[in-house]
Design a binder for this molecule. Structure first.
Ligand code: AP5
Length: 210
């Protein structure tokens, strides 16, 4: 199965994507995670991506497409993938269709996680990541186990001004992808993301019928 998770920053794409990847036994291809790994490792890609990310802007399409092409060609993705944070622009969506066509594969469904802006701001301020496992927690809504609390880190782009810019970029550039896929006749499933993580996951699994 090839499934796209769409939603504003903080809607819960990473959280739900990780659970779905486990459930469907396919990898999660999260361009934000790949970029953050590159930043941490200090690679050339990471250094050039960091200034876009810290400003809340999108990293150029050609950089992102190279990453996705590689991830999809990996044996782990032979049976499908969950796309988290990709595509984010119409050119990225068009390129994804081409890459999948070259591989003889197809998109199955687009899931949109809907969450209001005020909830998003709360989520970003409490989000913490475990640098050792990559797991994402929230100090109140999804509390981390005591054993890992001291090593958790906060993302650089979760500062309030950057969050506002990321939300604006989502509305301007990424939200139009919903219509893009409607016009192409792809099934679109809207899920309300402002409910407990387990409830959102249960509805998602039921909606995609797996
Ligand atoms: P990216 O990493 O993709 O960030 P994003 O889309 O802004 O999404 P987030 O990761 O912030 O949120 P999420 O929806 O995954 O929510 P999460 O599950 O963590 O991108 C970052 C940057 O990289 C971009 O700004 C851009 O610069 C660059 N980039 C990445 N991809 C790109 C691309 N394709 N093209 C160009 N540039 C690209 O949840 C958030 C918090 O809420 C967590 O603390 C979580 O525990 C909590 N939470 C989740 N669900 C619930 C719930 N149901 N109830 C209560 N709390 C919840």
């Amino acid at each position: 199965m090839h499934l796209i998770l769409l939603g504003a920053p903080g809607a819960g794409k990473g959280t739900q994507g990780a659970l779905l990847a486990e459930h469907l036994e396919v990898p999660k291809i999260a361009t934000g995670d790949i970029l953050r790994d590159a930043v941490r490792e200090g690679t050339e890609l990471g250094q050039s991506a960091k200034r876009f990310m810290d400003a809340g802007e999108l990293v150029p399409d050609e950089v992102i497409l190279g990453l996705v092409r590689d991830a999809l060609a990996a044996p782990a993705a032979a049976n499908g993938a969950i796309f988290d944070g990709f595509p984010r622009t119409i050119p990225q969506a068009e390129a994804l269709s081409e890459i999948l066509m070259e591989l003889g594969r197809d998109l199955d469904v687009v899931v949109v996680i809907d969450v209001a802006d005020d909830v998003i701001v709360q989520r970003m301020s409490g989000r913490r990541t475990d640098p050792e496992t990559g797991k994402v927690y929230h100090l109140s809504f999804n509390p981390p186990p005591a054993a890992v609390v001291d090593r958790l880190v906060q993302r650089d782009d979760d500062r309030e001004n950057t969050v506002r810019r990321r939300l604006a970029v989502y509305r301007e550039t990424t939200a139009p992808l919903v219509d893009f896929y409607v016009e192409r006749g792809l099934p679109i499933e809207h899920v309300r993301g402002d409910r407990p993580i387990e409830e959102v996951q249960a509805e998602l699994v039921q909606r995609i019928g797996r």
